[in-house]
Design a protein around this ligand. Structure first.
Ligand code: PGA
Length: 240
Protein backbone atom coordinates (compact mmCIF):
# COMPACT_ATOMS: atom_id res chain seq x y z
CA UNK A 1 0.00 0.00 0.00
CA UNK A 2 1.27 3.50 -0.79
CA UNK A 3 2.27 5.99 1.88
CA UNK A 4 0.13 9.10 2.08
CA UNK A 5 1.53 12.34 3.48
CA UNK A 6 -1.02 15.12 3.90
CA UNK A 7 -0.66 18.68 5.18
CA UNK A 8 -3.63 20.45 6.77
CA UNK A 9 -2.88 24.19 6.79
CA UNK A 10 -6.08 25.07 8.76
CA UNK A 11 -6.61 28.89 8.84
CA UNK A 12 -2.91 29.51 8.25
CA UNK A 13 -0.92 30.86 5.29
CA UNK A 14 -2.15 33.47 2.83
CA UNK A 15 -2.75 32.80 -0.85
CA UNK A 16 0.58 34.46 -1.64
CA UNK A 17 2.35 32.23 0.87
CA UNK A 18 0.66 29.11 -0.47
CA UNK A 19 1.70 30.04 -4.01
CA UNK A 20 5.34 30.25 -2.91
CA UNK A 21 4.94 27.03 -0.88
CA UNK A 22 3.57 25.06 -3.82
CA UNK A 23 6.47 26.13 -6.03
CA UNK A 24 8.92 24.94 -3.38
CA UNK A 25 7.05 21.69 -2.78
CA UNK A 26 6.80 20.83 -6.48
CA UNK A 27 10.52 21.48 -6.93
CA UNK A 28 11.42 19.32 -3.93
CA UNK A 29 9.15 16.44 -4.98
CA UNK A 30 10.37 16.54 -8.57
CA UNK A 31 14.00 16.33 -7.51
CA UNK A 32 13.70 13.88 -4.57
CA UNK A 33 10.50 11.86 -4.89
CA UNK A 34 9.55 11.65 -8.58
CA UNK A 35 10.04 7.86 -8.84
CA UNK A 36 8.12 7.03 -5.66
CA UNK A 37 5.23 9.25 -6.74
CA UNK A 38 5.14 7.97 -10.31
CA UNK A 39 5.27 4.37 -9.07
CA UNK A 40 2.36 5.10 -6.71
CA UNK A 41 4.40 4.35 -3.61
CA UNK A 42 3.97 7.86 -2.24
CA UNK A 43 1.12 10.35 -2.44
CA UNK A 44 1.40 13.92 -1.18
CA UNK A 45 -1.58 16.22 -0.56
CA UNK A 46 -1.99 19.68 0.88
CA UNK A 47 -5.20 21.22 2.22
CA UNK A 48 -4.92 25.03 2.14
CA UNK A 49 -7.66 27.41 3.27
CA UNK A 50 -10.36 28.33 0.75
CA UNK A 51 -8.88 31.71 -0.17
CA UNK A 52 -5.65 29.92 -1.03
CA UNK A 53 -7.09 27.15 -3.20
CA UNK A 54 -5.11 26.92 -6.43
CA UNK A 55 -5.81 24.98 -9.59
CA UNK A 56 -5.11 21.33 -8.93
CA UNK A 57 -2.56 21.18 -11.72
CA UNK A 58 0.68 20.20 -10.02
CA UNK A 59 2.54 17.15 -11.27
CA UNK A 60 3.68 15.69 -7.96
CA UNK A 61 1.06 16.55 -5.34
CA UNK A 62 -2.65 17.17 -4.99
CA UNK A 63 -4.58 20.06 -3.52
CA UNK A 64 -7.63 19.24 -1.45
CA UNK A 65 -10.18 21.23 0.50
CA UNK A 66 -10.49 21.40 4.28
CA UNK A 67 -14.27 21.63 3.99
CA UNK A 68 -17.20 21.70 1.61
CA UNK A 69 -20.94 22.04 2.01
CA UNK A 70 -23.23 19.21 0.92
CA UNK A 71 -24.62 21.14 -2.04
CA UNK A 72 -23.51 22.04 -5.53
CA UNK A 73 -24.25 25.73 -4.90
CA UNK A 74 -26.99 27.80 -3.26
CA UNK A 75 -27.99 29.83 -0.21
CA UNK A 76 -25.37 28.66 2.28
CA UNK A 77 -23.64 31.82 3.48
CA UNK A 78 -19.99 31.35 4.35
CA UNK A 79 -19.81 27.88 2.86
CA UNK A 80 -18.24 26.55 -0.33
CA UNK A 81 -20.04 24.21 -2.71
CA UNK A 82 -19.08 21.51 -5.16
CA UNK A 83 -19.22 23.85 -8.15
CA UNK A 84 -16.64 26.20 -6.61
CA UNK A 85 -14.37 23.27 -5.79
CA UNK A 86 -14.70 21.76 -9.24
CA UNK A 87 -13.57 25.03 -10.79
CA UNK A 88 -10.18 24.36 -9.16
CA UNK A 89 -10.19 20.69 -10.10
CA UNK A 90 -10.41 19.77 -6.41
CA UNK A 91 -11.47 16.17 -5.74
CA UNK A 92 -10.16 15.55 -2.21
CA UNK A 93 -11.78 16.67 1.03
CA UNK A 94 -11.23 16.48 4.79
CA UNK A 95 -14.42 15.52 6.63
CA UNK A 96 -14.96 15.13 10.37
CA UNK A 97 -11.90 16.97 11.64
CA UNK A 98 -12.23 17.44 15.40
CA UNK A 99 -11.87 21.22 15.05
CA UNK A 100 -14.95 21.26 12.82
CA UNK A 101 -16.79 18.88 15.13
CA UNK A 102 -15.92 20.72 18.35
CA UNK A 103 -15.27 24.36 17.44
CA UNK A 104 -17.60 24.70 14.46
CA UNK A 105 -20.38 22.52 15.83
CA UNK A 106 -20.58 19.85 13.12
CA UNK A 107 -22.61 16.94 14.46
CA UNK A 108 -22.61 13.38 13.18
CA UNK A 109 -25.66 14.03 10.97
CA UNK A 110 -23.96 16.94 9.20
CA UNK A 111 -20.77 14.91 8.80
CA UNK A 112 -22.71 11.96 7.37
CA UNK A 113 -24.44 14.27 4.86
CA UNK A 114 -21.10 15.71 3.76
CA UNK A 115 -19.69 12.22 3.43
CA UNK A 116 -22.59 10.98 1.28
CA UNK A 117 -22.54 14.07 -0.92
CA UNK A 118 -18.80 14.06 -1.61
CA UNK A 119 -18.71 10.27 -2.04
CA UNK A 120 -21.46 10.63 -4.62
CA UNK A 121 -19.27 13.28 -6.32
CA UNK A 122 -16.38 10.78 -6.39
CA UNK A 123 -14.06 12.67 -4.04
CA UNK A 124 -11.19 11.05 -2.17
CA UNK A 125 -12.42 11.49 1.40
CA UNK A 126 -10.08 11.95 4.37
CA UNK A 127 -12.40 11.08 7.23
CA UNK A 128 -10.99 12.18 10.58
CA UNK A 129 -11.85 10.42 13.80
CA UNK A 130 -10.35 10.43 17.29
CA UNK A 131 -11.22 10.42 20.95
CA UNK A 132 -10.86 13.08 23.64
CA UNK A 133 -8.69 12.54 26.69
CA UNK A 134 -11.63 11.56 28.89
CA UNK A 135 -12.57 8.67 26.57
CA UNK A 136 -8.94 7.55 26.30
CA UNK A 137 -8.64 7.46 30.07
CA UNK A 138 -11.72 5.23 30.37
CA UNK A 139 -9.75 2.38 28.77
CA UNK A 140 -9.71 0.23 25.65
CA UNK A 141 -13.39 -0.75 25.70
CA UNK A 142 -14.53 2.87 25.72
CA UNK A 143 -12.01 3.76 23.01
CA UNK A 144 -13.26 0.91 20.78
CA UNK A 145 -16.90 1.92 21.25
CA UNK A 146 -16.10 5.52 20.47
CA UNK A 147 -14.17 4.76 17.27
CA UNK A 148 -16.82 2.28 16.22
CA UNK A 149 -19.52 4.94 16.59
CA UNK A 150 -17.56 7.43 14.51
CA UNK A 151 -17.04 4.88 11.74
CA UNK A 152 -20.66 3.69 11.89
CA UNK A 153 -21.63 7.16 10.66
CA UNK A 154 -20.22 6.55 7.17
CA UNK A 155 -19.89 3.85 4.53
CA UNK A 156 -16.47 2.37 5.27
CA UNK A 157 -16.60 0.36 2.07
CA UNK A 158 -16.38 3.55 -0.04
CA UNK A 159 -13.43 2.88 -2.32
CA UNK A 160 -11.87 6.35 -2.07
CA UNK A 161 -11.94 6.56 1.72
CA UNK A 162 -8.89 7.26 3.86
CA UNK A 163 -9.37 7.23 7.62
CA UNK A 164 -7.24 9.63 9.67
CA UNK A 165 -6.95 8.75 13.35
CA UNK A 166 -6.30 11.98 15.22
CA UNK A 167 -6.64 11.78 19.01
CA UNK A 168 -7.95 15.21 20.04
CA UNK A 169 -5.53 15.45 22.93
CA UNK A 170 -2.56 15.16 20.55
CA UNK A 171 -3.65 17.78 18.00
CA UNK A 172 -1.68 21.01 18.06
CA UNK A 173 -0.24 20.18 21.49
CA UNK A 174 3.27 19.29 20.36
CA UNK A 175 2.83 15.97 22.16
CA UNK A 176 2.01 13.13 19.82
CA UNK A 177 0.38 9.91 21.03
CA UNK A 178 3.02 7.37 22.08
CA UNK A 179 4.12 4.73 19.60
CA UNK A 180 2.31 2.10 21.72
CA UNK A 181 -0.91 4.12 21.71
CA UNK A 182 -0.76 4.60 17.94
CA UNK A 183 -0.02 0.90 17.40
CA UNK A 184 -2.86 -0.17 19.70
CA UNK A 185 -5.40 2.17 18.13
CA UNK A 186 -4.46 1.44 14.54
CA UNK A 187 -4.69 -2.27 15.18
CA UNK A 188 -8.22 -1.72 16.57
CA UNK A 189 -9.09 0.35 13.49
CA UNK A 190 -7.64 -2.23 11.10
CA UNK A 191 -10.21 -4.68 12.47
CA UNK A 192 -13.00 -2.22 11.73
CA UNK A 193 -12.00 -1.14 8.22
CA UNK A 194 -9.75 -2.11 5.30
CA UNK A 195 -9.19 1.54 4.35
CA UNK A 196 -5.77 3.20 4.48
CA UNK A 197 -5.16 4.58 7.97
CA UNK A 198 -3.32 7.83 8.65
CA UNK A 199 -2.15 9.03 12.03
CA UNK A 200 -2.40 12.73 12.90
CA UNK A 201 -1.56 14.71 16.03
CA UNK A 202 1.74 16.56 16.52
CA UNK A 203 3.55 14.69 13.75
CA UNK A 204 6.89 16.30 12.91
CA UNK A 205 10.15 15.47 11.15
CA UNK A 206 11.56 13.92 14.34
CA UNK A 207 8.75 11.45 15.06
CA UNK A 208 7.40 10.76 11.53
CA UNK A 209 9.95 8.04 10.73
CA UNK A 210 9.04 6.00 13.79
CA UNK A 211 5.29 6.56 13.34
CA UNK A 212 5.39 5.48 9.69
CA UNK A 213 7.01 2.18 10.68
CA UNK A 214 4.11 1.21 12.96
CA UNK A 215 1.94 -1.60 11.54
CA UNK A 216 -1.35 -0.37 10.05
CA UNK A 217 -0.07 3.19 9.69
CA UNK A 218 -0.25 4.06 5.99
CA UNK A 219 0.60 7.72 6.28
CA UNK A 220 0.32 10.88 8.33
CA UNK A 221 -1.89 13.96 8.45
CA UNK A 222 0.24 16.89 9.54
CA UNK A 223 -0.90 20.28 10.87
CA UNK A 224 1.68 22.64 12.38
CA UNK A 225 4.73 20.91 10.92
CA UNK A 226 3.30 21.21 7.41
CA UNK A 227 3.20 25.01 7.47
CA UNK A 228 6.77 25.44 6.30
CA UNK A 229 7.73 23.66 3.14
CA UNK A 230 11.16 22.65 4.50
CA UNK A 231 9.65 21.00 7.55
CA UNK A 232 6.96 19.24 5.46
CA UNK A 233 9.64 18.10 2.99
CA UNK A 234 11.62 16.52 5.84
CA UNK A 235 8.55 14.49 6.82
CA UNK A 236 8.09 13.37 3.21
CA UNK A 237 11.75 12.43 3.02
CA UNK A 238 11.52 10.03 5.96
CA UNK A 239 8.57 8.33 4.24
CA UNK A 240 10.71 7.39 1.23
P1 PGA B 1 -1.02 19.06 14.37
O1 PGA B 1 -2.47 19.00 13.64
O2 PGA B 1 -0.06 18.31 13.51
O3 PGA B 1 -0.70 20.51 14.49
O4 PGA B 1 -1.20 18.40 15.70
C1 PGA B 1 -2.92 17.83 13.03
C2 PGA B 1 -4.31 18.02 12.47
O5 PGA B 1 -5.13 18.67 13.13
O6 PGA B 1 -4.63 17.51 11.38
Amino acid sequence: MKTIIAGNFKANLTRKQVMAYTQGLEKFLESQCADSIQNHKLQVNIFPSHTALLGNTFAYFHIGTQNGYFATSGGFTGEIGLLQLQEFGINRILIGHSERRNLLGEDSECIAKKFRFYAEAGFEIYYCIGEDLHTRQKGEGALKDFLHTQLANIDVSYSKLIVAYEPIWAIGTGVSASMEQIEQTHSILAQMTQDPLLYGGSVNADNAGEILKIPNVNGVLVGSASLEVDSFAKIIQVAL
